[in-house]
Design a protein around this ligand. Structure first.
Ligand code: PLP
Length: 223
């Protein structure tokens, strides 16, 4: 497909310049670029045989932010990508660019939220439901499938903890942040307490709905 598109572009008089890919966001595997670079090199080779000299590979984003789990050091990504480029392109190293997103700004943001309700769903249910004033529609869209688990901080973090299901404030039944794997939060947590959601510098304000359920979009303050 990429070969056909680049060849068609060339035929139409455009400059077929290179290949872009993205290996998947929050990429914890430092070797993930290897396969894509192999494919890119194959595209370069095929097009060179047809007289089209590509010049650039855009390595995309994917560099992770530290949430709850540790992530590899940025240097190990550099070393692995450098080795993969040399392995697949030999002496004909192309121009390269990267498009880091969350890896660059994820840890630059914190969301300040408030507990608006704490409840249990029935008399025989012990797991607490903690409702925040922000949910999936207010900027935490990346909690979808509980894929991104943000670190949470409260002023009661030294207290005994209990598993809690975390939910947002809207009436939408999808507005549950963490249920499959509940969060351990202080038993002393009360309505009105502040919770800081860390690592929220990427994919939060930009995902916030305009006014779903009457909630204002997430405000951002740049310090
Ligand atoms: C084309 C493109 N490049 C780069 C990025 C940044 O990705 P990441 O935040 O995983 O580094 C994205 C994210 O959506 C993207 O669509």
């Amino acid at each position: 497909m990429a070969i056909d598109v680049l060849e068609a572009a060339h035929r139409l008089g455009l400059s077929a310049y290179g290949v872009s890919f993205h290996v998947g966001s929050q990429q914890a595997n430092t070797e993930a670029w290897d396969g894509a670079l192999g494919s890119a090199a194959a595209i370069f080779g095929t097009l060179a045989e047809r007289g089209i000299q590509l010049k650039m590979v855009n390595l995309g984003g994917g560099f992770p932010t530290k949430y709850l789990k540790d992530i590899p050091a940025v240097e190990s990504y550099g070393r692995s990508i450098d080795a993969a480029i040399r392995r697949h392109f030999g002496n004909r190293i192309p121009e390269t660019i990267i498009e880091p997103g969350r890896g660059m700004v994820g840890n630059a943001g914190i969301i300040k939220t408030e507990v608006v309700l704490i409840s249990t769903k029935g008399s025989d249910e012990t797991t607490r439901w903690v409702f925040l004033d922000i949910g999936k529609f207010g900027g935490l869209a990346e909690t979808m499938d509980e894929a991104i688990r943000y670190p949470l901080a409260t002023s009661r973090d030294g207290d005994e903890k209990t598993p809690c299901i975390l939910a947002g404030p809207t009436c939408d039944s999808a507005d549950v942040l963490y249920e499959k794997t509940p969060y351990a939060l202080p038993v002393s947590l009360e309505i009105g307490d502040e919770i800081l959601i860390e690592g929220t510098g990427a994919y939060t304000t930009t995902y916030s709905a305009v006014a779903f359920n009457g909630f204002e979009p997430l405000k951002a303050y740049v310090i």
